[in-house]
Ligand binder design. Structure first.
Ligand SMILES: C[S@@+](CC[C@H](N)C(=O)[O-])C[C@H]1O[C@@H](n2cnc3c(N)ncnc32)[C@H](O)[C@@H]1O
Length: 225
């Protein structure tokens, strides 16, 4: 353990829980404002939908504690701060982008190999934004990625697919029916009013789709009556 992390632990033990939480929040805000001030965020309509609506809603919901974000770039580095209360993981095929992934919870490999790294049901939320049509392209690869998603989601877990609905970059599942997608159910994402959202005024026609892995057996206390 480094001197820095043991000093942090001592301070945490000395301070009451509430103050530690407040300090953490202040640190987060300072970090976010500074980064926003330096324009470290991508300023596009779809990025606003993702960053102002989708990510904060899931981050605030305790049902989505274990999160996987796929594909890391400089502008996705701040997502670890949005999910600071979650167990936030990232995966990225390009090792050079690892520095923009989650600290200590980054997988440097293809998403197509996810099952080499995690147990079935490992995540409550998986976000693939800008990956279908931007690296995972062919119908065969897309189907593998979708089956990896099905396997890695906990029953009741949600998958968010963000993609460009354009000639060049649209995902293959818009052309070729996917058996894996048929095993998921549409998830109503209340902040955007449904399970399918096309970003307004977005040149890339960026679209978000929300799916849920069905819960086969509902827990006893969830039964009607
Ligand atoms: C257009 S960028 C999108 C980045 C980010 N996900 C976002 O929200 O904008 C596509 C990223 O996906 C990564 N990628 C492409 N194929 C991948 C794969 N099979 N597994 C993991 N990452 C992949 C690329 O290296 C790149 O960083």
């Amino acid at each position: 353990m480094s001197v820095k992390s043991s000093a942090k632990q001592i301070v945490r033990r000395l301070l009451p829980e509430g103050i530690t939480e407040t300090l953490r929040d202040v640190r987060y805000q300072v970090k976010t404002i500074r980064l926003a001030g330096l324009d470290f965020r991508l300023e596009t309509p779809n990025r606003r939908v993702l960053e102002d609506s989708i990510l904060p809603a899931f981050a605030a919901d305790p049902r989505y504690r274990r999160v996987l974000f796929v594909g890391c770039r400089w502008y996705t580095k701040i997502y670890a701060a949005i999910f600071r209360r979650s167990e936030y993981w990232t995966i990225e095929i390009d090792p050079a982008q690892a520095k923009f992934g989650a600290q200590n919870r980054h997988i440097a490999d293809s998403y197509l190999n996810l099952s080499r790294h995690v147990e079935p049901g490992a995540f409550d939320l998986i976000i693939l934004n800008g990956v279908f049509g931007w690296g995972i392209d062919s119908p065969a690869e897309t189907e593998i990625a979708l089956y990896e998603t099905l396997r890695a989601l906990n029953p009741g877990g949600v998958a968010v697919f963000g993609y460009n609905d354009t000639e060049d970059n649209h995902p293959s599942f818009l052309d070729v029916p996917s058996q894996a997608i048929a095993m998921l159910e549409p998830f109503h994402f209340a902040p955007l009013g449904g399970s399918h959202y096309v970003t307004l005024d977005d040149p890339g026609r960026h679209t978000f789709e929300f799916f849920r892995k069905p819960i086969e057996a509902r827990p006893v206390d969830d039964q009607p009556g």
